[in-house]
Design a binder for this molecule. Sequence first.
Ligand code: IPM
Ligand code: MG
Length: 358
Amino acid sequence: MNYRIAVIKGDGIGPEIVTEAMGVIEAVGEKFGHTFQFVDVLLGGCATDAVGKSYPDGTAEKCKSCDAVLLGAVGGPKWGPDKPAEQRPETALLAIRKDLGLYANLRHATLRPALVDYSPLKRETAEKGIDIMMVRELIGGIYFGKRDRYETPDRGVECTDLMAYSEMEIERIGRRAFELARLRKKKLASVDKANVLETSRLWRSVMHRIAADYPDVELTDVLVDNCAMQLVRDPSQFDVIVTENMFGDILSDEASMVTGSLGMLPSASIGSEAPGLYEPIHGSAPDIAGQDKANPIATILSVAMMFKYSFQLPKEAAAIEAAVDKALADGWRTADIAKPGETAIGCKKMGEIICGNI
Ligand code: IPM
Ligand code: MG
């Protein structure tokens, strides 16, 4: 098969990590007999610099002409919150998610066997294992609600951000999560703040209603504050977690940190139609950009998710994961996962080693 992949290198370390991930895609193609066509797409701060806006016209159409989208990272201090919205990289990220209808964001937090010692948790806790599929609603809630800023007569400026959720939006992400849970340990934790928020009460009632269609999956309600606590107390209790946009943003950073390195975790964003979008969970790390110090593994594992979820090629996905695990088992470390005294290799070298393992 020939696949067309839209490539958004983005800002900071984006170009370096994406280059290594593209190498892995080529290596998989050679081994398994697929060909790939890469389509460069400009998005993020680099687009602001080149054409004056972070989300150039025609971006969504270009991506839609492809089978999948690979994204490095966007953002950086140069395009900070004080800049107009159309110049900010984050605006572009939210726009592409919305325009491609990517309502389900899958963030897979796993403690890779070679890295148990790197978790900030106590060894006896980490050893119980971490393998959490976080399913985050990605195109609704407070991220996309109406915003306002106005003067008040006596309290200065006041702002509002509206969090809205419809039954339709909750049901489609809920069904995705139940289906994923079915393919795993059949345990689903639905995270909300139903003791306070009306959107959460609706969330909870929809989850309970659709649960009737998945009697083989055990559904638990977890309040978001309790979930944050449980993730550091004993993350091994979780299998699939489903939650709304902002809770998912926060909890997925926490879930990834307990595995030891933000530099290791991939994500997939999928809607009801192709293309899906695949990106590492971490940001653009401007402080180390262009120095060949970044860890390309999260992006490479995102490619594994691409093969699995967009191309339905699980063998190829497994080959990528095995190649990463072998590199780690052989002791290769980038700076972010090297312990004091261990020699770190660069981004390029890590990419080469993983390609070699494929
Ligand atoms: C993420 C990021 C984004 C988000 C930012 C960069 C807008 O933190 O993908 O988790 O909040 O969704
Ligand atoms: Mg985030």
